[in-house]
Design a protein around this ligand. Structure first.
Ligand code: SAM
Length: 282
């Protein structure tokens, strides 16, 4: 009986609207705060339509470079070689040997993709990640020294474990010293679209040298299963070791362009290999 009281019915109806209204306001609030928190998510792009919204890490990079004297070592012409490919391929998988003053730039160029930095110096790694905690940087230990470069370039030909024809996965390759078999699993489980080799240090005899990075990048590129090739960039090709290892493993025929001290290779997967000798990469 009481339920048919018209005054009560009106109050009941109004409170229903009030509940819906409050619930709607909460939902809107939650939606907007999710967008604010996930400023890097693709949702903001589709939500914004044609407006360009920069991710907070890109803004961080602008702020960093605008207020710092520490700029990347590569010249503008050198940087343009990878920048142009990243403009086409990003968001993609970008593996970078070494953390440096260029790291925030590489990360910003590959917004929304996976950019992983492999660093040999734990103190330097800690310092860079303190300044830019959004970078994905991992410590790695090399098994080589620059002083072994000449010997390794000769001896790998007689070591079947180093031969591409054997197809030994890098991770399981204990015997071939040129194979980086101690990398984080994330490296082996990802198919890399671009690989930048600007580390480890290779300018004194006890330094690791870039031999293993170059060899392993060549193996990763050859093992690619996805479409297209792997873009590999090698810096400091004015040095003897970088030049000779590039010619041996990355191959002159794959050289797309050189600029300053940087070479850009596009390496096709193994199926397209024309090498005749079992040890040969080129
Ligand atoms: C040969 S440098 C290349 C630098 C990079 N291209 C850049 O623009 O900064 C790479 C290696 O040098 C070392 N390194 C670079 N800058 C450093 C610094 N300011 N202090 C200590 N080590 C540094 C790190 O071990 C790094 O992996």
């Amino acid at each position: 009986m009481k339920n048919n009281d018209p005054v009560r019915l009106i109050i009941k109806e109004k409170s229903k609207y009030l509940i819906f209204g409050v619930a709607g306001l909460i939902a809107c609030g939650l939606f907007i705060s999710t967008l604010m928190l996930n400023i890097n998510s693709p949702l903001i792009c589709s939500f914004a339509g044609s407006r360009i919204i920069m991710a907070h890490t890109q803004l961080e990079a602008i702020l960093h470079y605008a207020t710092s004297h520490n700029v990347p070592e590569q010249s503008k012409a050198e940087i343009k070689l990878s920048y142009d490919v990243l403009r086409e391929r990003a968001p993609c998988n970008f593996l970078v040997f070494g953390l440096g003053h260029d790291s925030q730039m590489w990360h910003a160029f590959n917004q929304g993709g996976k950019t992983l930095f492999l660093e040999e110096d734990p103190k330097w790694l800690k310092k860079v990640l303190q300044e830019a905690p959004f970078l994905n940087g991992k410590f790695i230990k090399y098994r080589t020294q620059l002083s072994e470069a000449d010997e390794l370039l000769k001896s790998y030909k007689f070591d079947p474990d180093c031969h591409p024809a054997k197809g030994i996965p890098l991770k399981e390759n204990e015997k071939c010293k040129l194979a980086l078999n101690m990398l984080p699993d994330e490296v082996y489980n990802t198919e890399w679209d671009l690989i930048m080799i600007d580390a480890p240090k290779g300018y004194f005899a006890e330094a690791p040298g870039r031999m293993a990075a170059i060899y392993s990048a060549a193996v990763m590129a050859r093992n690619r299963k996805g479409s297209g090739g792997t873009h590999v960039y090698l810096h400091d090709v004015d040095r003897k070791t970088e030049k000779r290892y590039a010619e041996e493993f990355l191959c002159k025929k794959n050289l797309v362009k050189g600029e300053g001290r940087l070479w850009h290779f596009l390496i096709p997967p193994t199926v397209n290999s024309t090498a005749t000798k079992s040890y040969a990469f080129c």
